[in-house]
Design a protein around this ligand. Structure first.
Ligand code: AMP
Length: 293
C-alpha cells in the first residue's frame, strides 16, 4: 500500500493508473477506522481497480464548540485496517494540502442550500458546507470513477449525490448500508467516547428505528406518531440520553414531511454526555408497501 501526503504525488500516481485504463475508487474518511469504513473499502475493492482511502480530520466540518481537537486519531491502526482491506493508496494530507491558504482564508465554498436546513444541518449549521467543500476538493484531487459513502451518515450521502449532479462531477456515488455492532448500534469512531453505561443505553437508538419500522409495517404513516414512538423508546430505555432531534424528511429534498407516503428518511441524533450519535432509516415504497434500508 502506497502512502501519499501531498497533492502533486497523488495526482501523478492516479494520472498514471488512469492512463492504464484502470478504474479509481475513493473512500473519504476521517480515520480512526472501524468495520464500517472497512465495508466501504471492500465494496470499492470489489468494484474498482485502484482503491484510494483518504484520512483527513476536516476542521471546517466541525463547529467552534465541537470535538475537532479530541476527535480520535490512530494512523498506525488505520494503516493496518486499510492494508487488510486491500487498499492501494492511503492519502493522508495535512491541513496545508487541503486548505493552502488556511481555513480562515478559504473564500469559495460548496453550499448545500436547503438540503442542509434540517436534521444534522439544523444542529450543526456549517457542517455540510465543510463536508461538501472538502469532498469536492478530494474529488478534484483524485478524479475517482466511484466514491463510497455510508448510509449511516444519510444526509451527508444524499447531499454528496446531489452535489455530484448539480456540479457535474464525473463520479458515481455508491451508498453502502450501515454496519452495526451485535446489539444494533451503528459503528462510529465516536463510540469510543461512550462510558460502559452510556454504551449499554445507546442501544435505544437502533431500538427507536426498529419501533419506527414496526409502526410503518402496521400501516402508520403519520410522522408525528412515528417520532413519538421513537422518543418514548429512547426516554424509557436511556436515562442518560438527551435527544437532539428525531425527524422525518422527504428522501430527496430532505425537508420535513407530515406523512410518509413516498420515499422518506427517518433520522435521529442523540447525545450521551458530550458524545453525539446519529442513525437513520430510509423508507422506500414498492407496490404500496414500505421497504427499508
Ligand atoms: P467518517 O470517518 O466518520 O467521516 O466516515 C467515513 C465514511 O464512512 C462516511 O461515508 C461514513 O458514512 C462511513 N461510515 C462510518 N460509519 C459507518 C458505518 N457504521 N457503516 C457504514 N458506513 C459508515
Amino acid at each position: 500500500m502506497l502512502e501519499v501526503a501531498d497533492a502533486p504525488t497523488l495526482r501523478a500516481e492516479l494520472a498514471r493508473v488512469r492512463c492504464e485504463g484502470k478504474r479509481v475508487a475513493l473512500v473519504p474518511t476521517m480515520g480512526y477506522l472501524h468495520d464500517g469504513h472497512a465495508r466501504l473499502m471492500l465494496r470499492a475493492r470489489a468494484e474498482c481497480d485502484v482503491v484510494v482511502v483518504s484520512v483527513f480530520v476536516n476542521p471546517t466540518q466541525f463547529g467552534p464548540s465541537e470535538d475537532f481537537d479530541r476527535y480520535p486519531r490512530d494512523l498506525n491502526r488505520d494503516r493496518a485496517i486499510a492494508r487488510a482491506a486491500g487498499v492501494d493508496l492511503l492519502f493522508v494530507p495535512d491541513g496545508h494540502t487541503m486548505y493552502p491558504d488556511g481555513i480562515d482564508r478559504q473564500q469559495v465554498w460548496v453550499e448545500p442550500g436547503l438540503l442542509a436546513s434540517h436534521l444534522d444541518g439544523a444542529s450543526r449549521p456549517t457542517h455540510f458546507r465543510g463536508v461538501a467543500t472538502v469532498v469536492s476538493k478530494l474529488f478534484n484531487l483524485t478524479l475517482p470513477h466511484r466514491a463510497y459513502f455510508g448510509q449511516k451518515d444519510g444526509q451527508q450521502a444524499l447531499i454528496i449525490e446531489r452535489m455530484v449532479r448539480d456540479l457535474a462531477f464525473d463520479t458515481t456515488i455508491v451508498i453502502v448500508p450501515t454496519v452495526r455492532d451485535v446489539d444494533g448500534l451503528a459503528l462510529s469512531s465516536r463510540n469510543v467516547f461512550l462510558s460502559a453505561e452510556e454504551r449499554a443505553q445507546a442501544v435505544v437508538i437502533p431500538h427507536a428505528l426498529a419501533a419506527a419500522r414496526a409502526a410503518l409495517g402496521e400501516g402508520v404513516r403519520d410522522s408525528g406518531t412515528i417520532t413519538q414512538h421513537m422518543t418514548t423508546v429512547i426516554r424509557d430505555g436511556a436515562p442518560l440520553a438527551r435527544i437532539d432531534f428525531v425527524e422525518v424528511v422527504d428522501a430527496i429534498t430532505l425537508q420535513p414531511i407530515d406523512r410518509i407516503e413516498w420515499d422518506a428518511m427517518i433520522a435521529l441524533a442523540v447525545f450521551f454526555g458530550s458524545t453525539r450519535l446519529i442513525d437513520n432509516l430510509v423508507v422506500r415504497f414498492a407496490h404500496g408497501a414500505p421497504h427499508f434500508t
